[in-house]
Design a binder for this molecule. Structure first.
Ligand code: NI
Length: 392
């Protein structure tokens, strides 16, 4: 294949910037991406790509056939924004109060459309087919599952799934392609501690769920420090604790909730088990009763070794070997993992920070913004990766 993906992407830079800024002005929350998905469907349609709308509520799928029979490559971009009030002062700030593209998904959508344009322009030269997946509701971890339920992984079933995230932890120009696990599984745990309410002056007549809750909070810290293999990764966090309304009343009940993050399925299971044992056991020792409920959100994002190597090679040719990293891992989660379950794939990070221009606020910050040069870099790598994997 003698297509210069880098210059193809660079020639679409102005278009990508314009589209990204337009999406930035009009951000939409999870499953409300009506305007965004309308734009995506219209652009794909204009490119003569077969379009399906309403896949996972507001998701859009475009199917592009190459010249020959070959493999099917899923290319994913997420579209949703966050409930954040933007604090930037650019001329493309959000026009919707309390909604902002504070994670860069405006950039992802714009990159996804540029990739579709590049691949569609050269369609007669490619083997295989490309499934462009514009996903809603990544921020609430629900969009990918909704699209899977609506059949996004069937007819045709992808042979590979790829995608990227603009990443402000890395300077623009750098790319991290991490083989193996790079983003964590995420679960929500909830614990209800039932005691026996009473007068604050007569604790001996009550069963105090607050006293039990503080022991539980403390004992939960031993899961990571004492039960986790020291070189494995895992997090147990408590995000909310509620109980009681008055200074002289021992409440009948306390509710705790938090999140569990892991890379390995065995670690995930171990934490679920220990969390239940600790909550129930400690509560019982204090005369209370704990009920634990764990809601599975997303599995870990685990990059296929071979696919990661190929994409790292492509990225190295485009941005230089010295700008390739393989070490970016986070305990953040990503429902891209749902599109990679049992399908080899790779989700990589495209550096987007620029310290000098103060385009380096963290993701989800009210002042988040990124260096738009990352758009062309991301589009070039993603397009070449899709084309290359399609060849088999
Ligand atoms: Ni994101």
């Amino acid at each position: 294949m003698s297509i210069d993906f880098r210059s193809e992407a660079q020639s679409l830079q102005a278009e990508m910037v314009e589209r990204r800024r337009d999406l930035h002005r009009h951000p939409e929350l999870a499953f409300q991406e009506i305007r965004t998905s309308g734009i995506v469907a219209a652009v794909l349609h204009d490119l003569d790509i077969e379009v399906q709308i309403g896949i996972g509520k507001t998701g859009v799928v475009g199917l592009l056939e190459g010249r020959h029979d070959g493999l099917t490559i899923l290319v994913r971009a997420d579209m949703d924004a966050l409930p954040v009030q933007e604090a930037n002062q650019t001329d493309y700030i959000s026009e919707t109060p309390n909604v902002m593209h504070a994670c860069g998904h405006d950039g992802h959508t714009s990159i996804g459309l540029a990739v579709a344009r590049i691949l569609s322009k050269h369609r007669s030269r490619f083997k295989g087919r490309f499934k462009f997946v514009f996903q809603p509701a990544e921020e609430i971890g629900a969009g990918a599952s909704a699209m899977v339920a609506d059949g996004v992984l069937e007819n045709p079933r992808p042979d590979f799934s790829i995608g990227l995230h603009l990443w402000n932890d890395l300077p623009v120009g750098q790319v991290s392609v991490t083989p193996g696990p790079c983003m964590a599984s995420a679960d929500i745990w909830r614990c209800t501690i039932a005691g026996y309410g009473g007068h604050g002056a007569a604790p001996h007549l009550a069963k105090d769920p607050i006293a039990a809750a503080v022991q539980i909070v403390s004992a939960l810290q031993t899961i990571v420090s004492r039960n986790l293999k020291p070189l494995d990764g895992g997090v147990v966090s408590i995000g909310s604790i509620h109980g009681g309304d008055a200074f002289n009343v021992i409440p009948p009940e306390v509710k705790l909730e938090g999140t569990i993050r892991t890379y390995e399925p065995e670690t995930r299971e171990m934490i679920h088990q220990r969390l239940a044992e600790i909550c129930e056991g400690v509560a019982a020792s204090m005369g209370c009763k704990a009920e634990v409920e764990i809601t599975l959100m997303t599995p870990a994002v685990v990059n296929d070794q071979a696919v990661s190597e190929r994409i790292a090679g492509i990225a190295a040719r485009q941005v230089g070997e010295q700008n390739i990293r393989q070490d970016v891992c986070t305990m953040g989660s990503e429902d891209m993992s749902r599109l990679m379950e049992n399908i080899p794939g790779c989700y990589f990070f495209v550096g987007s920070a620029n310290n000098e221009r103060r385009l380096d606020f963290p993701h989800h910050n009210p002042r988040f913004d990124f260096d738009e040069q990352a758009l062309a870099i991301g589009a070039a790598i993603l397009a070449e990766a899709a084309a290359s994997l399609g060849e088999g």
